[in-house]
Design a protein around this ligand. Structure first.
Ligand SMILES: Nc1nc2c(c(=O)[nH]1)N[C@H]1C(S)=C(S)[C@@H](COP(=O)(O)O)O[C@H]1N2
Ligand SMILES: [Mo]
Length: 264
């Protein structure tokens, strides 16, 4: 029997397959019709025409490759030994004192009017993804941090959410993805909106660990967002609810004059 692929390997395989298919399709499309393709193949090997045509096809393929490269582009990672032992704490909106972690669960809007409540144990039972990266705050500082949790794409697949059809989210059907994900603190005092593509990035996680230990409250326990493709402001601490939308969810700092995307 064949071994089951890990979610990571599965994504990798899909990206590779998509890239391969696109290469083949675009290689053909890039040189026009199939007839033209045959003509191209029939050209004498050393003619100038041939090198001109191959170069054009190559440039086109490079652009296609660039698209997928960007799609799966990974932020630079570091050795855990390089991570800050006591990372700086910044931003206390929505993480006030009267909060009972024991009573917490994550609310997820699966469909309009249909909400899931997921506890931490259930999240911890999913595959764990670690990331050591340079966390950047828009105020001008950055630091290498070591966080771990559930990859958001794994989470979406597990709970069959994030799609309009209600089917399991797939790289092959981007038209079925909701365009945005909204996250808010339990008291709704801090809230962010993030495009689905960034949320599906392989380094975007729902995080419950810092430096191999339970996430401290001031860093967003029980669960926070960690994503290296956005500035710190989007890395919402203490997630209470997650929902999906095709219009931009409300965003705290956007409402105060910042760009909506704040991508890196
Ligand atoms: N709930 C909540 N999350 C938040 C903030 C906040 O004020 N409240 N501040 C953001 C900002 S501006 C930054 S830089 C990071 C800081 O994360 P840290 O305190 O874990 O280093 O949290 C982000 N997430
Ligand atoms: Mo920040």
């Amino acid at each position: 029997m064949k071994n089951k692929l890990t979610p990571e390997e599965e994504i990798d395989r899909r990206i590779k397959r998509r890239t391969f298919i696109s290469f083949s399709v675009f290689a053909l499309a890039g040189t026009g019709t199939l007839g033209l393709w045959n003509w191209f193949r029939a050209l004498p090997k050393k003619s100038n025409n041939l090198s001109w045509l191959s170069r054009k096809a190559l440039n086109f393929n490079e652009r296609v490759a660039h698209f997928f490269y960007r799609d799966g582009h990974l932020a630079p990672t570091y050795d855990p030994a390089e991570a800050a032992a006591t990372p700086r704490v910044n931003g206390y909106l929505g993480i006030g004192k009267n909060f009972k972690p024991g009573e917490w669960n994550l609310k997820v809007e699966k469909a309009p009017g249909k909400e899931l409540a997921i506890n931490l144990e259930e999240l911890k039972a999913l595959p764990k993804t670690e990331i050591v990266f340079n966390f950047k705050c828009i105020e001008g500082w950055s630091q290498v941090v070591h966080y771990a949790g559930v990859r958001f794409s794994d989470f979406l697949r597990q709970y069959e959410t994030g799609t309009r059809s209600g089917k399991i989210i797939s790289a092959d059907r981007p038209e079925d993805w909701y365009l945005y994900v909204g996250l808010e603190t339990p008291d709704k005092k801090y809230f962010v909106g993030i495009d689905m593509r960034s949320m599906l990035h392989p380094q975007t996680i729902l995080c419950y660990e810092l430096n191999g230990k339970d996430l401290p409250l001031k860093h967003g326990a029980p669960l926070r967002l960690i994503t290296p493709v956005k500035y710190g402001v989007k890395n919402l601490k203490r997630i209470g609810r997650i929902f999906f939308s095709d219009t931009r969810p409300r965003d705290y700092w956007y409402e105060r004059g910042y760009d909506y995307d704040l991508g890196l």
